[in-house]
Design a protein around this ligand. Structure first.
Ligand code: SF4
Ligand SMILES: [Zn+2]
Length: 408
């Protein structure tokens, strides 16, 4: 067996979620992880089956950039019950003053209101306005399943409150996809939500969560839809489901799987993608995150060929149509924040079993835990899970004790 040690890292015990020392290996073409928990023994798992591709995505710098995004859950309630929800509905939430206090004490440029489903929180418009008025240099982002955005007046209210961006989960256009994930057909509601976002010209990021064997093929349609609607859709975020929160299934989609999927949908080669990965600019800085600017990548493709400029613009016409291409052509004369852009963001979620915590801690997006602590994104999610595990254990112990008392 061909096995090379790559580095020592921090990881988690997949059973108790305690932090443990771990080691990464390149082993028969795969990147693997091995670790030992003093209580639960040794574990090994695959970090990515395409080791060479994975290693090309890992940051060379091992220093964290100042975190620039904060995911702030303002409720744990939700109007859906998705199979993979990473924040199980607990019917608890911070009070408004606590949320404002977190906002006042954070240094992040992007405040992402999340949940549960943040639109269920009646104070959401007030919170958006709070950020806009007190911190005009910051951006407000809403991470939502979009059901409430099917109401035109509500979208207008959010726009008037000062909302900049919406990250809308859109896992496909097929009824079966919604049915499988959320147990109901959401196609009409999502369509209406998109129409309203377009109408009020709110910059939108489509967030696609991939489930193996269910919606991988839909990505190409979502990509094409995004390009056709580049006036308000600026980005597609692709992520895999992972065993965090309610989701328990081990059909893991790896970073390299998603890179290959994007390569197929966009006709960009893997080499082109790796060379243009914006995470290497030091800002995003983690192997779990890959960002590609479609137009910048294409510009580079044609930069050195004869008639390169013509080839680039005709490629743009094919992708986004004539009027959008013309708009892009004259954009250098427009203010930067109104210029069109289209990015694909690949967000690779590790499991507790294969997480490289050291790498994840480099990620410049933080998340607020259920207890109000600000931690690097995945660390916060697993901390919530660890707390949930210990609450479940405690309540099982209480039930056993009660049974014992009533029996005796
Ligand atoms: S994944 Fe999002 S939309 Fe689905 S139940 Fe969880 S919070 Fe709600
Ligand atoms: Zn353990």
């Amino acid at each position: 067996m061909d096995r090379v040690s790559l580095k020592n890292i921090e990881s988690l015990c997949p059973l108790c979620l305690e932090e443990v020392k771990a080691q990464l290996f390149l082993e028969d073409g795969q990147v693997t992880i091995t670790k030992t928990c003093l209580e639960h023994g040794s574990f090994s798992d695959v970090v990515d089956p395409d080791g060479n591709l994975y290693l090309r995505t890992i940051s060379k710098r091992q220093k964290r950039h100042n975190p620039y995004g904060l995911v702030l859950p303002i409720t744990t309630r939700c109007n859906l019950r998705c199979k993979w929800c990473y924040l199980p509905d607990k019917n608890t939430e911070f009070d408004t003053e606590k949320i404002k206090d977190i906002i006042d004490n954070c240094h992040h440029r992007f405040i992402v209101f999340s949940g549960g489903e943040p639109t269920l929180r009646k104070e959401l418009p007030e919170l958006i306005t709070y950020v806009r008025e007190r911190y005009p240099h910051k951006f407000t982002v809403l991470l939502t399943n979009g059901l409430k955005l099917a109401e035109k007046n509500y979208v207008k209210e959010l726009k008037d409150a000062g909302l900049h961006y919406v990250i809308l989960s859109l896992n496909g256009f097929r009824q079966e996809t919604h049915q499988h994930i959320s147990n109901q057909d959401l196609t009409e509601l999502k369509k209406k939500a998109l129409e309203n976002l377009k109408k009020f010209n709110i910059w939108t990021i489509l967030s696609v969560t991939l489930v193996k064997g269910l919606n991988e093929e839909e990505f190409v349609k979502i990509y094409q839809y995004g390009l056709r609607n580049i006036q308000f859709i600026r980005q597609i975020r692709l992520r895999n489901v992972s065993e965090v929160g309610l989701y328990k299934k081990d059909d893991h989609i790896y970073l390299s799987d998603m890179l290959k999927l994007v390569s197929k949908a966009t006709s960009l080669s893997i080499d082109e993608m790796c060379h243009n990965n914006l995470t290497t600019n030091g800002l995003f800085n983690t192997g779990n995150y890959f960002v590609l600017d479609i137009f910048k990548t294409l510009k580079k493709r044609y930069a050195h060929s004869s008639w390169g400029s013509l080839k680039f613009w005709s490629h743009c016409v094919n992708l986004v149509g004539i009027s959008n291409t013309l708009r892009m052509f004259f954009e250098p004369f427009q203010p930067k924040e109104t210029r069109l852009m289209f990015r694909i963001e690949i967000f690779s979620w590790p499991t507790a079993s294969n997480i490289d915590l050291t790498e994840c801690r480099l990620f410049c997006i933080d998340h607020v835990t259920n207890q109000g602590e600000i931690l690097p994104f995945w660390e916060a999610l697993y901390k919530n899970d660890k707390l949930r595990l210990s609450e479940e254990r405690n309540s099982n112990c209480r039930i056993e004790a009660d049974e014992f008392v009533s029996f005796s």
